[in-house]
Design a binder for this molecule. Structure first.
Ligand code: CUA
Length: 300
């Protein structure tokens, strides 16, 4: 029905459509019987109803048929659930960290990214946790979904069977940035993936800064393209004249390297006009800050 996504897609869809189709048939049957009975046994035709007593054959039929039907549903559900729960041996492991409000994907070789890149035709096993509140990783195209729980590791796996870009959503309400907690699963031809996986990471201060922003989850709340998220965008941030409120007094500040540095170390001292004071304390070193500012300079 929805070709080209993952092996789990077909399995979940067939169970789903079986349940919808049998429920639809039952609905038609019950409605038709109801109408027939209303017409045939209505007050005008049969003013004196004859009570029916004991019909063993009928009772067996209406017990056995629904039982068989739900057992078939159970069978499909259970077999597919088993399949979805148990990753095959040799699946590529990826660690998933959920936090307010972004995803971080970490590969076996230490590579990290805020989008999930995977090779086509190779199963991927996700080990997931959260560092703050409950989140839930959902890839609709693959029909898979699982909670990310602080202090606990949960698992998901999939085997994508068509290259492409698929949406990842958080489907557990996790605070004001919940609706922004989105990412993508990029399924690449195996050769392209291997190339990306083995490529040395980009050198330089700005590249290091971007990497830190991704790995600390900053980009969950701050966009780099000017769009509005939970926090102000990073685009053209350095050099900006920004209206802020400090201790309920409004003032305008010039956002420069020093301001950014102080703000990260002591968040919410100033509150940017139109936003909430919800920036968390992110542990960063001075070198991290140098790199972050180096990157922000490139967005001027
Ligand atoms: Cu994370 Cu909703």
């Amino acid at each position: 029905m929805f070709p080209g996504a993952a092996v789990s897609t077909g399995k979940v869809d067939s169970a789903f459509f079986f349940i919808v189709a049998s429920s639809g048939l039952l609905l038609l049957l019950v409605t038709a019987m109801m109408i027939i009975f209303v017409v045939r046994y209505g007050h005008r035709r049969r003013p004196h109803p004859q009570p029916v007593k004991d019909n063993v054959a009928l009772e067996i039929v209406w017990t056995v048929i629904p039982l068989a039907l739900v057992m078939v549903m159970f069978y499909f559900g259970y077999v597919d659930f088993e399949f979805i729960r148990n990753p095959p041996a040799g699946a590529m492991p990826v660690q998933v960290t959920a936090r307010q409000w972004s995803w971080l994907f970490r590969y076996a070789n230490g590579r990290e990214d805020d989008v999930l890149r995977v090779p086509l035709g190779r199963p991927v096993a996700l080990s997931m946790t959260s560092v703050d509140v409950l989140h839930c990783l959902y890839i609709p195209a693959f029909r898979i979904k699982e909670d990310c729980v602080p202090g606990m590791t949960t698992h998901l796996w999939f085997d994508a069977d068509a290259a492409g870009t698929y949406e990842i959503f958080c489907t557990e309400y996790c605070g004001v940035g919940h609706s922004h907690m989105r990412s993508q699963c990029i399924v690449m031809p195996a050769a392209d993936f291997d190339k990306w996986y083995a490529a040395p990471e980009e050198a330089g201060l700005a590249a290091a800064g971007l990497k830190i922003l991704k790995s600390k989850g900053c980009l969950g709340c701050h966009s780099i393209d000017g769009s509005r998220k939970v926090g102000p965008t990073f685009k053209s941030l350095i050099g900006l004249q920004q209206a802020v409120t400090a201790a309920s007094r409004a003032r305008t500040v010039t956002v420069d390297a020093e301001y950014v540095r102080q703000y990260v170390l002591r968040p919410n001292v100033d509150v940017v006009k139109g936003y909430q004071p919800i920036m968390p304390n992110i542990p960063v070193t001075n070198e991290d800050l140098d790199a972050i500012i180096g990157y922000l300079e490139t967005l001027r």
